[in-house]
Design a protein around this ligand. Structure first.
Ligand code: CO
Length: 475
């Protein structure tokens, strides 16, 4: 058997091909009830003709759709046809500022702004997440310019701005859904900066506006039935540094552990600050769940002790096959809204990232049992994520799916038709197989974490971020 290729060369440092394939090969039997469209977002192109991008979060975004019907699978891959992508392919160079790569200074386009005259154009490359907002299918990134696409063809329909004048704003790619609302956090940078929450499904004025001297890098936020939760680790930016923009966006942020972790709790009904908690420094990309219990607010977070994970995702780190990724864990913060006491505990020692729960059933509900995420197997903790993990939030127990030379992406839980709980269903994940130099869509039984079926695509899929599944009838 020939030696497996490196994860880096197949999963990161390459440019995805576009596809539209019907009936890709399936091994195993896909459950009859599984009929729908699984769409995943993520990086597709790291190497422009004149520039290699620096960081996992920099690439031109590509969408992948796996349409599952009658046990068969059709596959489409398409780049997101935003302005950043169009210019990158036409000019072979970067024209917009990405997460950790800037265009060359000579092609900086100055924004016509009196507030921030030095800023480069912010990217409209929404490569992080997928969401259905109202009746529209959106690709989401961290600038508030989201691309609407056709879920059948993945063709771009248009661009939507949450707030106009996007250069002064950053948002998260992780809105929270409740009834017809799609709440999202927006950071407004300026002489006075603010954390704000908007409803993307019903654009208008901000629902809350919390002044902040040094905004944190925030990839998500939390929500319980009564509160929005802004959990800010001390990876902080001084807005004046953004004004002069001497380095790429994320590199204007500094890890300042002495500032500690800061958690703002905002009343959803009034938009007013309910409480602010100070805690030990932490860093987090992803919230997992939050709910109220008597006078306590409970928040489950996928967190790290520091922000070094951001640096480990640079390509110059990932190209080392024995890169050692810091271990994120599932942590529970209990915040007493009356006494203002806060307590933090690690739920499980298992490594987890890209966490998902049965969101539709259990978001804002402390009865939830399971988080699913990518992981490093306890017996193989070097290199890139090589396992899926399932963590029981009630007991802290964990179980894994692992296969040699395989790198599974974000696991997505789909309940079975008569599903009783959040392990009664299947897990879908796109897995990169470096031995066979291709990827496959894997379907696991969520209860046992054992494989049910896999559908193989002809080439490796660049390792990506987040997905959504739309049951047939909803597309
Ligand atoms: Co994310």
């Amino acid at each position: 058997m020939k030696t497996a290729q490196s994860f880096f060369s197949l999963g990161i440092n390459r440019n995805q091909k576009e596809y539209a394939l019907q009936n890709i090969p399936v091994i195993g039997k896909i459950p009859d009830w599984l009929k729908g469209n699984y769409i995943r977002n993520g990086p597709g192109m790291f190497n422009l003709d004149k520039k290699r991008l620096n960081h996992w979060f920099d690439a031109m975004g590509a969408l992948h759709s796996f349409n599952i019907h009658e046990g068969k699978v059709d596959y489409i891959c398409k780049y997101i046809e935003c302005d950043s992508y169009r210019k990158a392919t036409e000019q072979g160079d970067l024209s917009y500022s990405e997460f950790a790569t800037d265009p060359c200074k000579s092609i900086f386009k100055k924004v016509q702004s009196y507030v921030f005259p030095m800023l480069p154009n912010m990217t409209d490359n929404p490569k992080i997440n997928i969401a259905k907002i109202g009746e529209r299918y959106m690709a989401l990134g961290e600038t508030p310019m989201q691309v609407e696409f056709d879920p059948h063809t993945l063709e771009k329909i248009g661009v939507d701005e949450i707030v106009p004048g996007a250069f002064a704003y950053k948002t998260t790619a992780h809105p929270h859904f409740e009834d017809e609302h799609a709440y999202n956090l927006v950071v407004k940078f300026g002489m006075q900066s603010y954390y704000r929450i908007y409803d993307m499904a019903n654009k208008g004025k901000a629902l809350c506006s919390i002044p902040v001297a040094k905004p944190a890098y925030l990839h998500g936020f939390g929500m319980s039935k009564k509160y929005f939760i802004i959990a800010a680790g001390p990876l902080l930016v001084t807005p004046i540094q953004l004004l002069f923009w001497k380095r790429p966006y994320i590199e204007n942020h500094h890890w300042l552990p002495k500032e500690g972790g800061m958690i703002w709790v905002v009343d959803k009904e009034t938009g007013k600050l309910k409480a602010r908690f100070e805690t030990d420094p932490f860093f987090s990309f992803h919230h997992v769940n939050a709910w109220e219990e008597g006078e306590e607010l409970v928040m489950d977070l996928n967190a790290y002790d520091d922000a070094s994970i951001v640096n480990k995702y640079y390509l110059k780190e990932l190209e080392n096959p024995s890169v050692s990724l810091p271990k994120g864990t599932l942590r529970r913060y209990r915040m007493n809204l009356r006494t203002k006491k806060i307590n933090a505990a690690v739920i499980s020692d298992a490594c987890i990232e890209l966490p998902r729960i049965d969101y539709k059933r259990y978001n804002m509900n402390g009865d939830y049992g399971f988080s699913y995420g990518v992981s490093l197997h306890p017996e193989k903790t070097t290199g890139f994520y090589n396992s899926l993990v399932k963590i029981n939030a009630k007991t802290g127990q964990s179980s894994y799916w692992h296969e040699e030379n395989c790198h599974p992406g974000e696991p997505y839980f789909i309940p079975s038709p008569m599903s009783k709980n959040d392990e009664d269903g299947v897990i879908i994940s796109i897995v990169l197989d470096t031995q066979n130099e291709r990827s496959f869509l894997m379907i696991l039984d969520a209860l046992t974490m054992q494989e049910i079926a896999r559908a193989t695509v002809p080439e490796p899929i660049v390792y990506g971020f987040h997905a959504e599944y739309f049951q047939e009838g909803s597309v």
